[in-house]
Design a protein around this ligand. Structure first.
Ligand SMILES: C[S@@+](CC[C@H](N)C(=O)[O-])C[C@H]1O[C@@H](n2cnc3c(N)ncnc32)[C@H](O)[C@@H]1O
Length: 313
């Protein structure tokens, strides 16, 4: 006869592998994540991992807590929760992450797309659509610099089918392989062209809407990062050169040769980099209009730079 070990907070792993119902598994996993990983998203993480293991939706898990869970599934679940307790991000454990309502493959080849970066895509869509109103027969060219999983470029192409071409660059061949897989899954591989190289240099022509979420963390701030990020996500996706702003400085140095007159440049940056980015933008494009946007948590997050209609003159 199968006997369930007595409940003990000291041995949640052993208990979880023997959970009999969905509700019991969720409760044990949430408690373990909360106590041993100090996770403030313990309940959500527990649900996402159980949904992954069982193939059920989160809504079903919550609606039917009395449903039985197979022993083999409970064991696989316990193994995943143990990895999460060791700070491995949920996006790497499940291999998926939702971004702009779309499902992206995620693994250690690239940064997991962040919810705050959706603001960059929403802003880019406004820029693209205002240009489509002005010149419907000549869609703007867009480029996503440091594309990682491809999330920004692919979401833009999916959400605005009138865009004929979005370029997406990255220095990492591994990230580009993952991004190509994501583009194929979303059926936009014909309209998103991936290019390997440094920042803007691989672009074959000037673009009208330039987007970038580049690495911007100062290497000296490494210890301030959460273990989830520091231990698992690629360093090349996290750390900006020098004080963290090195990539953005080089992007501004390259930009005049790669953006069209009247281009919009939309950049994500770190919470304390607003002044530096504003200065860089004005030093590069003297007559540009620079607008800073805050994210939903209230942090300065984006710079939207409208270059003048004739800055090349
Ligand atoms: C912060 S991640 C952003 C990934 C993705 N755009 C997103 O928002 O989820 C930065 C990306 O820039 C890439 N990168 C780093 N240095 C680069 C360079 N010199 N040129 C182009 N891409 C670079 C990294 O490989 C990484 O994929």
């Amino acid at each position: 006869m199968n006997s369930v070990p007595p409940k003990s907070p000291e041995n949640p792993d052993g208990l979880l592998a023997h959970a009999r119902t969905l509700g019991e598994a969720l409760a044990l996993a949430t408690r373990w994540l909360r106590s041993d990983a100090s996770s403030d998203t313990a309940a959500l993480d527990a649900q996402l991992l159980l949904a992954h293991v069982t193939g059920l939706s989160r809504a079903t898990l919550l609606a039917f807590p009395e449903r039985l869970i197979a022993q083999e599934a409970a064991e696989r679940y316990a193994a995943l929760v143990a990895r999460r307790v060791a700070h491995e991000p949920v996006g790497y454990l499940t291999g998926h992450r939702e971004f702009m309502g779309l499902d992206f493959l995620t693994d250690r080849r690239a940064l997991i797309p962040r919810p705050e970066t959706e603001l960059l895509v929403e802003t880019a869509l406004v820029e693209v659509r205002s240009r489509l109103v002005e010149t419907p027969d000549s869609p703007p060219l867009a480029a996503d610099i440091g594309t990682g999983s491809g999330a920004i470029a692919i979401a833009l192409a999916r959400l605005e089918p009138r865009l004929e071409m979005v370029y997406a660059t990255d220095v990492s061949p591994d990230a580009l392989d993952l991004a190509r897989e994501n583009a194929r899954r979303h059926g936009v591989d014909e309209r998103v062209r991936f290019l390997q190289g440094d920042l803007l240099l691989p672009l074959p022509r000037r673009v009208d809407v330039l987007l970038a979420n580049l690495p911007y963390i100062a290497p000296r701030d490494e210890t301030l990062l959460a273990d989830d990020v520091r231990r698992y996500e690629p360093s090349i996706a996290l750390y900006g050169d020098d004080d963290g702003l090195g990539h953005l400085r080089r992007l501004f140095a390259q930009a005049p040769a790669f953006v069209a007159d009247g281009a919009a440049i939309v950049l994500e940056f770190g919470y304390d980099q607003r002044r530096a980015v504003d200065l860089l933008a004005r030093a590069t494009f003297a007559t540009a209009e620079v607008v800073i946007k805050t994210d939903y948590a209230g942090w300065d997050r984006l710079a939207v730079i409208h270059t003048s209609a004739s800055f090349h003159a």
